[in-house]
Design a protein around this ligand. Structure first.
Ligand code: 13P
Length: 332
């Protein structure tokens, strides 16, 4: 498979999704703290080994996003993780942004960094087997946030990244995450999602990014975590799809959702409600980290004795989310 359009299409295979296993060491520290496990490179490796050697994941996953640390590591059997995944028919991807920094014009907001040296890093990742990339920016909702400057600066960085990725024959997953921290309403979240995506697609057009060789990774429109509004999957689905339909061009290869800190089953129910709204211009699937991995980590606890139990939890989370992307998820 050579054309990046073909890779993008394969990433959006029917009845599959993309696992975001690209947590930074800092994030792994937070995840492992919950199970009292020390974060170090060997524990990160053991954890990813457990995930990636789960028998049957290839039936549910078209791709897995790796972190820089992971793409340089090997399985227990000394096979580089990217090779192990390719051998299973799972496309290896790589997170390539290098985190966030405060925005000069608005210190409460962030802009993502990592463009310097990006082309060279992509060449190395390609040689290690990665065929797609991911870049995350964050947009915060507050009384006066997001500012136009935050929307524009993040859109410009994302678009420049996508242009570089495509020039290196790698599919960009472009992720402007609208955070759901705060007290905002569902309608306000939908409005910010619209503004974010409108600004993003203008920047992508300016950078002449090929739409059928890029994937949008987006948040759902959600009422803020601190608002009193209960999460209603059908209202969330309506608001989310309305915002996407207004802003995401039909040529885009696919739309994948992040889970953003929702409870695992909530993220699945919301995806199911989105799928039940019917076929859209672009295929839709999941690209969750926490909503898949949190229950897996809680079962694994760093102990080899829990490996099979944790792998069974992973398979169940994948099966449920694949059912949800097809609109046939029934919560148990
Ligand atoms: P969550 O599903 O935990 O939001 O993570 C997805 C992701 O890739 C964030 O960059």
């Amino acid at each position: 498979m050579h054309l990046i359009q073909e890779i993008a299409t394969a990433m959006m295979s029917p009845s599959k999704g993309i696992l975001a296993a690209d947590e930074s060491q800092h994030t792994m520290q937070k995840r492992f703290a919950l199970i009292g496990l020390e974060q170090n490179s060997e524990n990160d490796r053991r954890y990813r080994n457990m995930l990636f050697t789960t028998a049957g994941i290839e039936h549910y996953l078209s791709g897995i996003i790796l972190h820089d640390e992971t793409i340089h590591q090997n399985s227990d059997n000394k096979i580089p993780f990217a090779t192990l995944l390719s051998n299973l028919g799972i496309l290896p991807g790589i997170k390539v942004d290098q985190g966030l920094t405060s925005l000069e014009s608005s210190p409460d907001e962030k802009v993502s960094i990592g463009l310097e040296g990006l082309a060279d890093r992509l060449e190395e990742y390609y040689s290690l087997g990665a065929r797609f990339t991911k870049w995350r920016s964050v947009i915060s909702i507050g009384d006066d946030l997001p500012t136009q400057d935050a929307l524009k600066k993040n859109a410009d960085v994302l678009a420049e990244y996508a242009e570089v990725a495509q020039s290196k024959k790698m599919v960009p997953i472009v992720e402007p995450e609208v955070l759901f921290d705060g007290k905002h309403t569902l309608a306000r979240s939908g409005e910010v999602l619209r503004d974010t995506l409108q600004t993003l697609y203008k920047a992508l057009a300016e950078h002449e990014v090929t739409l059928n060789a890029m994937i949008l990774k987006t948040s759902m429109a959600l009422p803020g975590k601190k608002s009193d509004t209960p999460l209603d999957p059908s209202a969330i689905a309506e608001e989310t799809i309305a915002a996407l339909r207004d802003t995401v061009p039909a040529d885009v290869a696919g739309v994948v959702f992040l889970s953003g800190g929702q409870m695992a089953k909530q993220a699945t129910s919301n995806l199911n409600a989105i799928a039940k709204l019917g076929v859209q211009s672009w295929p839709i699937t999941f690209s969750y980290s926490r909503a898949i991995e949190e229950p897996v980590i809680a079962t694994w606890r760093g102990d080899e004795a829990n490996r099979i139990a944790a792998q069974n939890v992973l398979l169940q989370r994948l099966e449920d989310n694949v059912a949800a992307r097809n609109g046939i998820y029934v919560p148990k």
